[in-house]
Design a protein around this ligand. Sequence first.
Ligand code: GN1
Ligand code: MG
Length: 370
Amino acid sequence: MFVCKDNTILDSVIHFDIQGEIVSVERFGSGHINDTFCVKTDHPKGESYLLQKINNHIFTDIPALMQNTKIVLDHLKGKLAHRGQELVEKSTLTLVPTRSGTLFHVDEKQGYWRMFILLERTKSYDIVETEAQAYSGGLAFGEFQMQLADLDASRLVEVLPNFHNIDFRMENLRQAISADSANRVAEVGELLQFIAERETAMRSILLRAEKGELPLRITHNDTKFNNVLLDEQDNVQCVIDLDTVMPGYVAYDFGDAIRTVINSAAEDESDLTKIKLDIRLFSAYTKGYMHAAKHFLTAAEIESLLDGVFLLPFMQAVRFLTDYLQGDSYYKIQYTDHNLVRTKAQLTLVEELEKEKQQLRSILYASLTE
Ligand code: GN1
Ligand code: MG
């Protein structure tokens, strides 16, 4: 059994309303922000659980974050209720409250913990392998946006303001450059040049939004492919990681998903020659997404989707680079220049995408008639 050095994990588990005695607690998943653990018990009919320590340096209003999660989950469950309880439990996350009925537990070191029921027999992929998987991912996020379309956005707190605002991200980068607190600016000149050349073009979604062309909807805002759980047959089962569900533009969700779907290498691949686009996967994801989304997207939103495809890897690179220049305080890293490697990988992806712009556009529009 894995036991955290200071025992805070086990001390936290016991506050949640779980069945049976704890058999094991093991680290789980590949998130960059929160710490996730799988908790198994000896209960004969019992479930396993996902315990998460929420990063409260990044998410500074955890009561609001958890309230958002509850509102979103209740809404999604309500949408699926007519299809039966079993389906609701399989297709949506279920929070496990603490024994005193609260949505999270705060330990004596001010660590914030929450728990979900683990969805058994599901898979998530850091790298997409087949068109069927990509299609399922597109369908999952298309349906997710559709199901949340009638949720009153004013009920959700914007937990991370300006999350996908490229002006905000560029401003953070500029501040990191002028502070140069980790003494790393000198080594990233070429990358900064690459970013500067594209900055204006990357403002296109903001410009459309300023002109009032794009409706603000409730979006997921972290649509990496591994935030969709697929079942054993690679059909959609559940969208996870609801921390950043907030008002946003659909192009952000589309672009962030494509960033991970189309890349045949990992987000942090250090061999840049391995970063290749798999256009078949773009096509399959887009078909899955449009199957649900073409019923509600406006013409201007459809037009903006491709801008999102370029923006999201670019913005991700800007964020990784900012963290690198600030001495790696935001994303978890596994080695010293991990954030630099991530930056280069994402910028290479932008470069590869630029070569295929026309083809991506044709595929996107073709998917509307299928
Ligand atoms: C972070 O923790 P994780 O892996 O779900 C980040 C996302 C990035 C992603 C890059 C709150 O998500 O915005 O796209 O890393 N989440 C936050 O892999 O910043
Ligand atoms: Mg996340």
